[in-house]
Ligand binder design. Structure first.
Ligand code: G4P
Length: 288
């Protein structure tokens, strides 16, 4: 999905979520486990205004599991429950309703005390484009994708999707914008494929990717592209370009005259990185 975010779109996106908050017991904030900070909306705390929240680190199958554990501890230390899932296969998705129930334990207990039959808890999934909102919704809904009908106060046509007997999801997830102001964030999102459009030059993104991989995941990079010589200094741009050229030669990306076709090799590097072909990689660590 390609979205050009202008101030008007951001205001509308924010308002759409704020209007739904009163209908919800909890918000499910979806982040990309490879870039948990860069895939986070910069205004999320302001928008959710203290509404109970479960953070989901999605695409955990593509992220470094040790880094994912560190991120879960980081969010817990900040008072946010967080779990890692892979929505594409459904791994750990089944834990979500249970975690929601735990987080809303007091609310459910109060309802019971008042003699009310505890109803299903109502949730909205929010996140930036391509983080996996639809995939997770479909996983959670399973065969129950049939909606449960309109409710008072909800925009006409707004449907709730049943997830077992204790959780209901609003059928349209909340789409939020990422942090654009930081160029580094833009590169990281482009590396994961969250930004698909040609806002950033592909060779620049691949250069940035190779620099990160060479400094943090050299073995994975070397193994994938049969590289033997690690760069001495990954801050030296020439050494990174040389690595890209080595990769290009290995993959036969040559122009007439024997020069390496950097555009072509950039495409290969990014495609393979996004598909997890270099193993499980996390591009940012929590600042503890
Ligand atoms: P959105 O609603 O938040 O915009 O995201 P959506 O569910 O459409 O997911 C975006 C892409 O991410 C989809 O790939 C989807 O299959 C993939 N995806 C979602 N969750 C996971 C996950 O946990 N692990 C992995 N590995 N992939 C996940 P797609 O439509 O095929 O697009 P693309 O692969 O061509 O980028």
């Amino acid at each position: 999905m390609t979205i050009q975010w202008f101030p008007g779109h951001m205001t509308r996106a924010r308002r759409q979520i704020e209007e739904k908050l009163k209908l919800l017991d909890i918000v499910i904030e979806l982040l990309d486990a490879r870039v948990p900070m860069s895939s986070r909306n910069p205004m999320i705390d302001e928008i959710l205004r203290g509404k109970p929240r479960l953070i989901i680190l999605n695409k955990a199958d593509l992220a470094d599991p040790r880094a994912t554990d560190r991120w879960i501890s980081f969010f817990s230390a900040k008072g946010h429950a967080a779990i890692a899932v892979d929505s594409s296969t459904g791994t750990r998705v089944a834990d979500i309703p249970q975690r929601v129930k735990e987080l809303l334990h007091d609310k459910i207990a109060r309802m019971k005390e008042k003699g009310m039959n505890p109803r299903a808890m109502r949730a909205l999934i929010v996140g930036i484009p391509n983080v996996g909102k639809s995939t997770l919704t479909n996983r959670l809904a399973g065969r129950n994708i049939a909606a449960t009908g309109d409710r008072p106060g909800v925009t006409k046509g707004q449907q709730w999707i049943k997830v077992g007997s204790e959780l209901e999801l609003l059928d349209t997830p909340g789409i939020l914008w990422p942090k654009f102001e930081d160029e580094l964030v833009g590169y990281k999102l482009a590396m994961t494929g969250a930004i698909r459009e040609q806002i950033l030059n592909m060779e620049d993104i691949a250069f940035f990717a190779v620099r990160i991989l060479a400094s943090q995941y050299w073995e994975a990079l070397a193994e994938r592209f049969e590289l033997t010589e690690a760069p001495q200094d990954t801050e030296d741009s020439e050494q990174i370009v040389k690595l890209m050229e080595d990769i290009g030669r290995k993959r036969g990306c040559l122009l007439s005259g024997g020069r390496v076709d950097l555009e072509k090799v950039s495409g290969i590097i990014l495609r393979e990185l996004r598909a997890g072909k270099m193993g499980r990689i996390t591009l940012e660590e929590p600042l503890l």
